[in-house]
Design a protein around this ligand. Structure first.
Ligand SMILES: Cc1cc2nc3c(=O)[nH]c(=O)nc-3n(C[C@H](O)[C@H](O)[C@H](O)COP(=O)(O)OP(=O)(O)OC[C@H]3O[C@@H](n4cnc5c(N)ncnc54)[C@H](O)[C@@H]3O)c2cc1C
Length: 259
């Protein structure tokens, strides 16, 4: 059983989000970390491997070379192997070009199950897994709150606004896990030391058979024309909690005929 886990590097939550005015892209030059949502996908892969007593967990990332530290963290947590797709030509890749690249990297692994986090902690898109499923022509289940593998199938309890859907899909299959599925483990000292010896492959676009027109800005369908601060919401009123705040809120809303 081979389990591929797509992991992304994102800016640290405490880092101030900056847009590079030259490229109109997120400035990813500051402190970065493994996407916290992907730690749940990795944890689930490790639990499947532990439950079944066999298998290999491969962490797959598309990101510039310095992101190798985040991939090493995935290895320290427990992944057996890492595949890093890094190439200057990938800069400016939108969802389409990113999914195209990851699809090639994942396909090469011939995994039985492909796990992803529910969203990237920086752009919160929550769409990459469906784009990947479309490109690989595989079934996809999102918001997995639990999953079980048996007889060539995955059975997923899918979290929804009104309860749970119970979904079965044949393997190979893509599952995006909810952040409620498990409590991710931290890397141990032994894991951190062991990570240095684990296979860590770096690939470029040509290794994946991707042409210049399929990646980066040339391979993207999105173009950012301009970015600006959101418009001001007009005069705001701060109502302090001095005991009469509720009445003041009601008064404020009544005056404006909002209630
Ligand atoms: C015009 C444009 C230019 C852009 N330029 C760049 C750029 O230069 N550099 C850049 O980093 N981003 C760039 N982006 C953002 C990039 O396209 C998105 O990060 C990417 O499409 C993934 O979308 P998401 O973060 O919304 O992922 P989501 O759909 O929220 O992610 C879901 C899951 O997919 C997996 N995943 C997502 N991204 C990766 C990844 N790279 N590797 C492995 N697994 C992943 C993770 O498991 C994650 O939990 C650009 C976007 C646009 C629109």
């Amino acid at each position: 059983m081979r389990l591929a886990v797509c992991v992304k590097e994102v800016p640290e939550a405490s880092a101030r989000t900056r847009i590079d005015p030259g490229t109109l892209r997120l400035d990813r030059g500051g402190a970065a970390t493994l996407n916290p949502f992907d730690a749940h996908a990795l944890e689930e892969a490790l639990r499947i491997k532990e439950r079944t007593g066999e298998g290999e967990v491969v962490a797959v990332m598309m990101a510039p070379l310095p992101a190798a530290d985040s991939l090493r963290k995935a290895l320290a947590i427990g992944a057996d192997r890492a595949v890093h797709v890094a190439d200057d030509a990938l800069a400016g890749s939108d969802l389409v070009a990113t999914a195209r690249t990851l699809a090639k990297a994942v396909e090469r692994e011939e995994p039985d199950l492909i796990l992803l986090g529910q969203q990237g902690g920086d752009s919160d898109g929550a769409v990459l897994w469906s784009a990947l499923a479309d490109l690989l022509r595989l079934p996809v289940v999102s918001q997995a709150a639990s999953l079980e593998l048996a007889e060539g199938k995955v059975a997923v309890k899918r979290q929804t606004e009104y309860g749970y859907d119970l979904i079965e899909a044949p393997l190979p299959c893509i599952v995006a896990v909810s952040d409620a599925i498990n409590e991710p483990r931290y890397p141990s000292l032994k894991g951190i030391m062991g990570a240095k010896k684990k296979p860590h492959e770096t690939l470029n676009a040509a290794d994946l058979g991707l042409g210049a027109d399929e990646i980066g800005e040339a391979g993207s369908r999105t173009e950012v024309y301009a970015l600006a601060d959101p418009p001001s919401r007009g005069d705001s009123v701060r109502i302090e909690g001095d005991g009469a705040a509720a009445e003041k809120v009601v008064e404020y809303l009544t005056e404006r005929k909002l209630i």
